[in-house]
Design a protein around this ligand. Sequence first.
Ligand SMILES: NC(=O)c1ccc[n+]([C@@H]2O[C@H](COP(=O)([O-])OP(=O)(O)OC[C@H]3O[C@@H](n4cnc5c(N)ncnc54)[C@H](O)[C@@H]3O)[C@@H](O)[C@H]2O)c1
Ligand SMILES: [Fe+2]
Length: 403
Amino acid sequence: MNWWLKKCLYRLAHLIMGIVIKRINVPEPELMTGDGSIKKLPAQLKKSNVRRVLIVTDKGISGLGLTSGLIAELENMDILVTVFDGVQANPTIQNIEDGVKIYSRARCEGIIAFGGGSPIDCAKLIGARVSNFERSSAQMRGGFKIPKKLPPLYAVPTTAGTGSECTLAAVVTDPENREKFSVASPHIVPLSAVLDPELMISLPPHITAHTGMDALTHAVEAYIGKIGTSYTDAQAEKAVKIIFEDLEVVFKNGKDVQRRANMALASYCAGLAFTRALVGYVHAIAHNLGGLYGVPHGKANAIVLPYILEFSREACQVRLARLAVVAKLGDSSEPENELSLRFIEKIKAMNADMGIPSKVDELKEADIALIARRALREGNPGYPVPKLMNQRDCENILMRLLP
Ligand SMILES: NC(=O)c1ccc[n+]([C@@H]2O[C@H](COP(=O)([O-])OP(=O)(O)OC[C@H]3O[C@@H](n4cnc5c(N)ncnc54)[C@H](O)[C@@H]3O)[C@@H](O)[C@H]2O)c1
Ligand SMILES: [Fe+2]
C-alpha cells in the first residue's frame, strides 16, 4: 500500500479514536495532596474494608525507609501489611507474577502502589491479574482487555513524572523480546492518589530531571496531537507552565517542598491530559530504547522530544507557539514560527542544564531498523500525532540519535 493511502487510513483511525475516547468514562482517582497527605491513606482503606493490603514498591524506596511511616499507620489501624519490593525499573512480566503470588499467599484484599511509574504500573497489573486470573499479562496487551474490576488500588507516586497514578495505562517489559508494551483499561485507574511532596525530597537530581521531562513530554504530546479537547488542553497547559517554572529550580534544590508539590501536580495534570489525548512518537521511540537497552523512560523521552518536535513543527506550529506563551518564553503578538522554534530550543537548553545528553549512548546502528519498525507499529495509527512518520523518516531521526 502506498504511503499516501496509509496516511489516509491512519487519519481515519484517529478520527474514530477521538470520537470513541470522548465517549469513554475515564474514572479519576480521589486526590489527596500536600505535605503529610500520606497520613490520610489508611482511612481510605478502612472505608473500602481492606483488612490485608499488599504494598508494591522497589528496593530503592524500601531501602530509604519511605514506606515505614505508612506501614506503621496501617498497622495501627489493624490493617495487615505485606510488602513486595521486587519491582525493577521498566517492570517485567516476571515482576508482576512474583507480586501475584505474594498477594495470593497473603490473601490480600487491596494494593498500595508506592513509588515511581515502575511500581505503580506493576501494581496495576498485579491487580488486573488477581481479578482476571485466566488472562496473562501478555493477553492484556492493548486496549480494553481487562474484563473484571481490580481489587481496591491506591497510588502513592514518589516521582513527579509518569502520572500513572491517574492514567488508564500501564507499561510492561517483556524481556524475552526486549520489548515494552502497554495495557490500557479504565479498570486500572487507582481509586485514590496521594501527592505528598515529602516523599519526593529524596529523589536525586538526575531522576528529578528525567521524570520531570517525562511529564513535560506527556503534556506536549497530548497538546499537539489530533484528539485533544478543551479539558486536555487546559490540563496540559497547566502542566507545561509549572514544569517550565519549577523543574530546573527543584533540580538544583531538591528540598524545596513547595516546588516538589507543584511538580507532583504538574505530573498529575499531564497524566489527565494524555490518558485522554494520548502521546506520540517520542513515547513510541522511548519505549523501545527502554525495552532494548533499559534506558530510563524519562531520560529517553527527554532526549527524543526535541527531535520529534523539529520533525513535526510545521504541522503543529500554532500549538507549539501557544505553549511557548504559556511557558512565558514570549508574547502572543510574536510570529508563531519564532515562538515554536524558541519552545524547542528551550527544551534543548533545559536538557543541557540538567545534564541530559542529546544522543543515546546505548543506541546501535544495527538496531535502528528494528526500533523504527516497532516504534511505528506502536505509533501508527496508535497515536494521533500532528505529522505522520514512515519507516525512513523514523530511521533518519534514529540515525541522528547515535552517539
Ligand atoms: N502508566 C503510565 O501512564 C506511564 C506513563 C509514563 C511512564 N510509565 C512507565 O513508568 C516507568 C518509569 O517510572 P519512573 O520514571 O517514575 O521511574 P521508576 O519508577 O522506574 O523509578 C526510577 C528510580 O527512582 C527511584 N525512586 C523513586 N522514587 C524515589 C524517591 N522518592 N527517592 C529516591 N529514589 C526514588 C526508584 O527506586 C528507581 O530506582 C517506565 O516503565 C515507564 O514506561 C508509565
Ligand atoms: Fe511517559
